[in-house]
Design a protein around this ligand. Structure first.
Ligand code: KIV
Length: 271
């Protein structure tokens, strides 16, 4: 008899089955060991080590500055905290746009040095060659279309994407192309819900939305946003499940008060 508990890991195959059965997929970001451990134990399906770490963890205005080494550091910390979820890592800006060889080298570093299970890349037809090369090496790829924050200086704004016909048509075309190339899933960020529905119904791979409405196969949010740690970011698509900013501020203020008054530590809290 085995004494170790059996954990059924989430794989790309499991996600595909979930789409077929109509079971919604839950996905959140994590960037460190402790947060990943909580989110994984709570039962999340997919953990994304997003390049949003550039904003959330490092305080940058955009996702552009984060480096491949920094993403590997975050990803390896997350992987050490995870027993069940599928861990997907963003390829950061500048680590794959140059050419497909560079994209593969970056991916191999992430997979070898972090122990993650898949990578995510922003873009459609423009990066098709790189996606194909990574898939040929046996690494699962998640696509990301719609608002792609690594292109923020091209867009000039974080407003809803693909509201015009030409962009909606390109997005549908790119989604089908990513499916055909072999991507195992697709993130759609900040696009009209009607368009996301068309995409989710026209591809067989799971479509995970963020600000893409209710008609997709799953949802992803940045954990610091939905936990209310970050109290400045308030887009319409965000639902806050806690106000940790308030809770943590109160706890820190309480601690300061106890230290100043000499209440902490007490008799039982010393040796
Ligand atoms: O980096 C990130 O957190 C992301 C999500 C917003 C999908 O790409």
């Amino acid at each position: 008899m085995s004494t170790t508990k059996e954990i059924k890991r989430v794989t790309t195959h499991v996600l595909h089955e979930m789409k077929q059965k109509g079971v919604k997929i839950s996905m959140l970001t994590a960037y460190d060991f402790s947060m990943a451990k909580i989110i994984d134990a709570a039962g999340i399906d997919v953990i994304l080590v997003g390049d949003s770490a550039s904003n959330v963890m490092a305080g940058h205005e955009t996702t552009l500055p984060i480096t491949l080494d920094q993403m590997i550091y975050h990803a390896s910390s997350v992987v050490r905290g995870v027993e069940r979820s599928l861990v997907v890592v963003d390829l950061p800006f500048g680590s794959y746009q140059g050419n497909s060889k560079e994209a593969l080298i970056s991916t191999i570093r992430i997979m070898k040095e972090s122990g993650a299970h898949a990578v995510k890349m922003e873009g459609g037809e423009e990066i098709l060659e790189s996606i194909k090369r990574i898939l040929t090496a046996g690494v699962p790829v998640m696509g990301h279309l719609g608002l792609t924050p690594q292109s923020i200086y091209k867009f000039g704004t974080y407003a809803v994407r693909a509201t015009e016909n030409w962009e909606a048509e390109k997005l549908i075309h790119d989604s089908k192309m990513l499916e055909e190339a072999g991507c195992f899933a697709l993130v759609l960020e900040k696009i009209p819900s009607g368009l996301a529905k068309i995409v989710a119904e026209s591809v067989s791979i799971p479509v995970i939305g963020i600000g893409a409405g209710m008609h997709v196969d799953g949802q992803v949010l940045v954990s610091h946003d939905m936990l209310g740690i970050n109290n400045e970011f308030k887009p319409r698509f965000l639902r806050k499940y806690a106000d940790l900013y308030e809770i943590m501020t109160e706890a820190v203020q309480h601690y300061i008060k106890d230290v100043k008054s000499g209440d902490f530590p007490n008799e039982k809290e010393q040796y």
